[in-house]
Design a protein around this ligand. Structure first.
Ligand code: 13P
Ligand code: SF4
Length: 315
């Protein structure tokens, strides 16, 4: 995409617009997508909002510009629709580190536990769960689990630890993490805090505890975005994937947004999976109706229950 001129990009965007009209397709995008993908999306949101949108659309085709577990969730909710993902390799380290069989063996050790799984997991793991949550509703949902139930939380230990602290509920945590949120450098954060002492630090709960402890506000991507609009500060140090800065800057053109670097100044604060999607791949998938998501019906039915429960339980 580096060599694509502004004119070529406009042509690609126009082509996507025409294809969507022709095929009655809806483009959903997560905030971690490249700016140009966010700009062609019909709807941008966090994981919870994207699943709600997928569940309620009349469009025949959903193009999911996000990662595999998100597109899979849309397919679980709308089996009759075609769900396309521009790049089938757009995975997620959290989902990859929690494989179906390993999870089954883990659950066998704690047979009397209530299983709540973060939406960042495969359909096969969702199918073994009692309830699904996202980063925006995890605290609220855990609070609703009866006090006498023991709880397993998978697969993100950082989110799990934060939810434990917020709710006071002990939980058995699966040992998984996000390769992006694990990489933010504390040194990088401290340097930014020194340089911009009035800036508020806002963080996604997938970050490590040491960084969350130094944050003024913690929340899902949508909650962080809303906070930047409501809060009176004019500078924010953002501890999440920097794709979100595009919407933050659009909504707050006069405020300053600073991204925290990854360890040793690498660009690994960008999600390598989310960034696989491109305008060209969106055109390709709309043209060929693939790659499309396919899920075995028995798994889909089992995975649907805890997702529906989440949608019913979250306000
Ligand atoms: P959100 O629930 O905030 O959209 O987060 C999803 C995600 O993958 C964060 O890394
Ligand atoms: Fe998965 Fe992390 Fe990428 Fe989110 S940012 S999709 S949790 S690897």
């Amino acid at each position: 995409m580096a060599n694509t001129s502004v004119l070529q990009k406009e042509q690609l965007k126009n082509r996507i617009h025409d294809l969507c009209q022709e095929k009655n397709a809806l483009i959903l995008a997560h905030y971690y997508q490249e700016n140009e993908i966010q700009d062609i999306a019909h709807f941008i949101g966090d994981s919870l909002e994207l699943s709600r949108k997928a569940a309620n659309t009349d469009s025949e085709i959903i193009v999911f510009c996000g990662v595999h577990f998100m597109a899979e969730t849309a397919k679980i909710l709308c089996p009759q629709k075609t769900v396309l993902i521009p790049d089938m390799d757009a995975g997620c380290s959290l989902a990859d580190e929690c494989q179906e069989e390993d999870f089954k063996n883990f659950l066998r050790k704690y047979p009397d536990h209530f299983v709540i799984s973060y939406i960042n997991c495969s359909a096969a793991v969702k199918a073994q769960s009692d309830l699904i949550c996202t980063s925006s509703n995890a605290v609220d949902l855990v609070k609703q689990i009866p006090k006498d139930r023991k709880i397993i939380f998978a697969p993100d230990k950082n989110l799990g630890r934060w939810v434990q602290a917020q709710t006071g509920r002990e939980m058995k945590l699966w040992d998984g993490s996000c390769i992006v949120h694990e990489t933010f450098s504390e040194e990088g954060l401290l340097k930014l805090k020194l340089k911009y002492p009035q800036a508020k630090v806002i963080a996604h709960p997938e970050c490590q505890e040491i960084l969350l402890e130094q944050s003024d506000y913690i929340g899902s991507t949508t909650k962080l975005l809303n906070y930047t609009q409501k809060d009176i500060s004019n500078a924010f140090i953002v501890l999440t994937e920097p794709g979100i800065l595009h919407q933050m800057r659009k909504r707050n053109p006069d405020k300053l947004f600073l991204e925290v670097p990854g360890l040793e100044g690498c660009s690994c604060n960008k999600c390598p999976y989310m960034r696989l999607n491109t305008l060209e791949k969106v055109i390709e998938c709309l043209t060929n109706n693939q790659p499309n998501i396919i899920i075995k019906e028995d798994i889909r039915e089992k995975a649907l229950r805890p997702i529906q429960k989440m949608l019913e339980m979250s306000s």
